[in-house]
Structures are given as structure tokens and as C-alpha cells.
Design a binder for this molecule. Structure first.
Ligand SMILES: Cc1ncc(COP(=O)(O)O)c(C=O)c1O
Length: 393
């Protein structure tokens, strides 16, 4: 056997093992845009509760039109990285509007929030830097922590503010202290204790970085995110986020902070130097989604109402969703194979909701994670609860 044949055989055995354990993921193919009702190949019409299209922007006509217009005007892209060939007007417009919306001086787009998190933690780290990170932060932050080379790193237990305070005191001598947290933790749907984080960072002269991928467009009166939810708009030093959820659902991410921060990241963060920027069509669509959100804050209210209604329906049906203020509604079901089985049965009933298991969440805490959209109607929420009831019993 050649080395390549051996590798293929090993990978085949790995896939067979996943299949046998019932953990092999089966990917769906869409034949329509994302939204509460979609067409899936081989399955027909299906209600979706597994998307982060919180505000229904993925199929918003103005968002689509903005992308189409940008594609016609600017083509597909510069066919180069930003520092060599530059960028397009939609990038500047998006970055300016994001900064205005979030109350930061500036923002800088990346092809994903994954990339943005890697960029910032790497670029801000040197021997004098100590990074403090919540253990349940998103995988992009966990991996960024592995890649970055600060002088020291502390991973504190989830939302344990006493542990964070102790670590800040222990590392008081670090020249630069960065505290990084998700705003909304994506697997639990719970929020960071932002009031205490802001207080601790001020007290211990640390910079606070919040990844608000699941808070933006969802939390706060006007959808400005976790900071607005807690009455702390403008008090978070650096915000990172995705454009692939509430803001159009395509792709893209950003870092929002001071103009000095964004200029330095543009100069020397590695994804800016060695990887193409956001396609202009995506930048234009995301900017339009931001405009729609800014002009229609009632969308956020509708999302909140739908989420509360869904939680109520689940509880009435005998489920015990993890409590929280976000639009993520997880129901714990135990083993990974059970979560996969429940979501498979729900799909047979025309409801697409993903079961999450190990290694995405700890063993034994597999869950059915529903995500709610402002675009949903009550009948879709009721249909989902009925399907979950049938599948779980
Ligand atoms: C908290 C958080 N950060 C970052 C990301 C990555 O976002 P993107 O898809 O833009 O890379 C996600 C996506 O799942 C997320 O939930």
C-alpha cells in the first residue's frame, strides 16, 4: 500500500466508526434560500430552527439586491489580498457603518469571525501580554489562543468572575492584559457577565474583547448586542463578530475598536496580509442588513417575542430548556447518538434542527439546539415543539 492508500484506509475506518456510533453527520442540501421555510434536496419543504438567520436577512430582498448590485459593479473581487491590491467602496461603507452602530471609532472586516479572532489575539500578543479567556469561549478563540504567543495565558472556568479576578491579580505585572469572552455562549445560549467583566477590566487595567457573534442583532433594545443588553453600550473596548448570522447570513467577520487598533490590524494582522478580503458582494449585503436592522428595530422585538413564545411552548410540552436571554434555546438530551436520533426523527416530521454532541459539547450533555428567527410564525414554532415531542418520546 502507498502512504496515500494507507491514509485513505485509516480515514475510511474513522468514518465507519462514526457511522457505527451514530455520530456521523449527514449534511443537507438547500434548494431555496435560507429562512424559516426552505426546500431541502430529497426532503421537500422543511421548517428550519437550526440557522443563525436571527432576523430573516438571508432572504431579505434588499440584502440580496445590494449583493447583486455590488457584484455587477465591482465583480468578484480584487484577486489579491487587501494590502497588495486594496479594497472596494462597500468595504469602507460596511466598516464605517459597523463602527457607528457599535459605538466604536472604527472597524475592520475579515472573511470570517474565525479569522478576525485569530487575527486580533495573534496581533496583540507579545512577551509582555497575558490573555485571560473563558473556558467555554467559541472554538475560534480557543484555537486562536493556541496560535497566539503571549507571555502568558489563563483559561478561567466558565463565567467564574472570582477565578478571573484571581488570575488578574496573579498576573498584575503583565504589561498588556487582554480579557476575551463570548458575549453569548453559543452552546448554552447564556450571556457573559458583562457588568462584572467591565468592572474587573477597569479595576485591573485590562482590555476587554467581546465576541458578540450571537448577540449582534439579537440583544439590546436596538440589536446592538450584549453591551446594549446590559446598558454598557460603548463600554466594551473591542468587539468581534460575524456577518454570517444576523447580518445577512453569508460570511464575513469584523473587529470593531479604536481607529489605531484597526489601522494596526490592517498593517500587520496576518490574515490581512496573507489572505484575500471579504468579497465586495458580501460586504454590500452585510451593510444592507445592518441598514435594515438600524431602520427596523422592531425586528429585534419580534425575535424576542418569538423566542419567549417558543420557550413557553417547550416548557408546556414538558421540556426543560436551558434558561437564557439569547435566541439560542438548547434542550439537553444526554448522549450524542440520542441527539442525532431526535434531530433525524424531527426531520422526518419536516423540522430541521441540529443535535449537538461530543466533541462540540462535553460527553453526556448532547443537546437539541433550536435557534429562533424574527421571521418565524407561531405555527412554525408549534410544529417544531410537536415534532420534538414525538421524536423524544
Ligand atoms: C461565538 C462565535 N464566534 C465566531 C464564530 C465564527 O464565525 P464565522 O462563521 O464568521 O467564522 C461563530 C460561529 O459559529 C461563533 O458562534
Amino acid at each position: 500500500m502507498t502512504a496515500a492508500e494507507t491514509l485513505t484506509a485509516q480515514l475510511g475506518a474513522e468514518l465507519d466508526e462514526m457511522q457505527a456510533k451514530g455520530t456521523l453527520k449527514d449534511l443537507r442540501v438547500y434548494e431555496s434560500p435560507q429562512g424559516p421555510e426552505v426546500k431541502l434536496r430529497g426532503l421537500g419543504d422543511v421548517t428550519v430552527l437550526s440557522s443563525n438567520d436571527y432576523l430573516g436577512m438571508a432572504d431579505n430582498p434588499a440584502v440580496i439586491e445590494a449583493g447583486v448590485e455590488a457584484l455587477k459593479k465591482y465583480g468578484a473581487g480584487t484577486a489579491s489580498v487587501r494590502f497588495i491590491c486594496g479594497l472596494f467602496e462597500p468595504h469602507l461603507e460596511l466598516e464605517r457603518d459597523l463602527a457607528d452602530f457599535l459605538g466604536t471609532g472604527s472597524s475592520l472586516s475579515y472573511v470570517s469571525c474565525w479569522t478576525a479572532n485569530h487575527a486580533i489575539l495573534d496581533a496583540l500578543s507579545d512577551k509582555g501580554t497575558h490573555i485571560f479567556s473563558d473556558e467555554l469561549n467559541h472554538a475560534s478563540i480557543i484555537d486562536a489562543m493556541k496560535l497566539a504567543r503571549p507571555g502568558g495565558k489563563s483559561i478561567y472556568p466558565h463565567s467564574d468572575m472570582d477565578a478571573l479576578e484571581a488570575a488578574l491579580i496573579e498576573n498584575a505585572g503583565a504589561e498588556r492584559k487582554l480579557v476575551v469572552t463570548d458575549g453569548v455562549f453559543s452552546m448554552e445560549g447564556d450571556l457573559a457577565n458583562l457588568p462584572r467583566l467591565v468592572e474587573l477590566c477597569e479595576e485591573h487595567e485590562a482590555v476587554l474583547i467581546v465576541d458578540d457573534s450571537h448577540g449582534l442583532g439579537v440583544l439590546g433594545e436596538t440589536g446592538r448586542g450584549t453591551a446594549e443588553h446590559f446598558g454598557l453600550h460603548g463600554r466594551v473596548d473591542i468587539i468581534t463578530g460575524t456577518l454570517g448570522k444576523a447580518l445577512g447570513g453569508g460570511a464575513g467577520g469584523f473587529v470593531a475598536g479604536s481607529s489605531e487598533l484597526c489601522r494596526v490590524l490592517e498593517q500587520r494582522s496576518r490574515p490581512q496580509l496573507f489572505s484575500n478580503g471579504l468579497p465586495p458582494t458580501v460586504a454590500a449585503s452585510a451593510r444592507q442588513a445592518l441598514i435594515e436592522l438600524r431602520d427596523s428595530p422592531q425586528l429585534v422585538e419580534r425575535l424576542r417575542r418569538n423566542t419567549a413564545a417558543y420557550r413557553g411552548m417547550l416548557i408546556e410540552a414538558g421540556f426543560d430548556p436551558i434558561p437564557g436571554d439569547s435566541a439560542i434555546v438548547p434542550v439537553l438530551v444526554g448522549e450524542t447518538s440520542r441527539a442525532i436520533e431526535i434531530s433525524r426523527k424531527m426531520l422526518e416530521d419536516g423540522v430541521f434542527v441540529t443535535g449537538f454532541g461530543y466533541p462540540v459539547v462535553p460527553e453526556g450533555t448532547a443537546r437539541i439546539r433550536s435557534q429562533i428567527s424574527a421571521a418565524m410564525e407561531d405555527w412554525q414554532l408549534e410544529k417544531a415543539v410537536a415534532a420534538m415531542t414525538r421524536a423524544a418520546t
